[in-house]
Ligand binder design. Structure first.
Ligand SMILES: [Zn+2]
Length: 189
């Protein structure tokens, strides 16, 4: 019954260039059940069998779900108001994440996302305990945050809000990236 949002926002993330074919994952919370995209699924071409129900409180039904399910679970457990979590690999935001622990957008959307924190201590750890341990506290204050050299997680009431935050954040980072290029700050070595 929730599939249409997964299909819609998975496809939009793919079409917007925010993921590669098999990266990224989506989830929603309904009571004590989390619905998470299947590991290896194509977010741009999801089918209903790609949505795996898992438990909020334990890992007993995690088989087949995204390898990053532990991060999703930790975020939901830390904040009861979160209804959906989106993870994507936006390229401009990820490029900027290597050189700072706090990305500061400068465009008009900075009214909505003034700061983008970067988790710098857990590089490349898909679904790692390190990310699950440290990410919820960042998202409690910022709604969207980066893992250095990896990608972004965003939270929202629903998939639309969480995916929109990732999209806005990547657009802000693309502008920041272009501004740095124009100012000659990129490529000087
Ligand atoms: Zn990832």
């Amino acid at each position: 019954m929730y599939f249409s949002d997964f299909e819609k926002y998975g496809r939009m993330l793919w079409e917007a260039g925010l993921i590669h074919m098999t990266s990224g994952n989506l989830s929603i919370r309904k009571g004590t059940t989390l619905y998470v995209t299947r590991t290896g699924s194509l977010l741009g071409r999801l089918s209903s069998s790609d949505i795996v129900p898992v438990n909020l409180s334990n890992t007993l039904r995690d088989s087949g779900a995204s390898s990053e399910t532990p991060v999703h679970r930790a975020i939901y457990r830390a904040d009861p108001s979160v209804g959906a979590v989106v993870h994507a690999h936006p390229p401009h935001a990820t490029a900027l994440s290597w050189d700072t622990e706090m990305i500061a957008p400068v465009d008009s959307d900075s009214l909505y996302i003034p700061k983008i924190p970067v988790l710098a201590d857990c590089p490349y750890g898909e679904g790692s305990a390190c990310i699950a341990a440290h990410f919820p506290e960042l998202l409690a204050r910022h709604h969207v945050a980066m893992i250095r050299g990896h990608g972004a997680f965003a939270v929202g009431r629903d998939l639309k809000e969480a995916a929109s935050r990732i999209s806005m954040m990547e657009n802000q980072c693309r502008l920041l990236f272009f501004r740095q290029v124009l100012e000659g700050r990129v490529g000087r070595g």
